[in-house]
Design a protein around this ligand. Structure first.
Ligand code: HEC
Length: 110
């Protein structure tokens, strides 16, 4: 089969989007009591306030280039590496990145 260049561009574009862009979801709500508990099991310093800061950072930065990522669509073990890359993309400080990561992981625990 021969592809004309426009068709090829669409096929390659679709493969790119399917391959690396996050599945998007509506803007996430606040972390519930279960999420706070789960976060504190890993990071004793985590609090309702720090998780809410993480949520605000997520809301402010994580739909600039793509939709809000679906936090459940990526395995927990992959999130730290993704936040390193995406934290750079969003110009987060290391503290902001860690708070955003803690929020993402906590909001998976429902
Ligand atoms: C400056 C643009 C930009 C910003 C800001 C940004 N992203 Fe991304 N993101 C991308 C691009 C481009 C990709 C696809 C290519 C890649 O993986 O680098 C992507 C991919 C992703 C993926 C899919 C990765 C995978 O391996 O499946 C996730 C999840 C994600 N971003 C989360 C986030 C989160 C969380 C934030 C907020 C901290 C964020 N992004 C902010 C540009 C951005």
């Amino acid at each position: 089969m021969r592809f004309t260049p426009p068709v090829l561009a669409v096929v390659l574009g679709a493969a790119f989007f399917a391959g690396c862009y996050p599945k998007s979801a509506p803007p996430p709500g606040s972390v519930g009591p279960k999420g706070v508990e789960a976060a504190q099991a890993h990071a004793p310093g985590a609090s309702v306030a720090s998780l809410e800061r993480g949520r605000q950072l997520f809301l402010a930065h994580c739909n600039a280039c793509h939709g809000y990522p679906d936090v459940d669509a990526v395995p927990a073990a992959e999130w730290p590496g993704i936040l390193v890359e995406m934290g750079d993309n969003a110009h987060l400080t290391p503290v902001e990145r860690d708070e955003t990561l803690a929020f993402v992981l906590a909001s998976r625990a429902r």
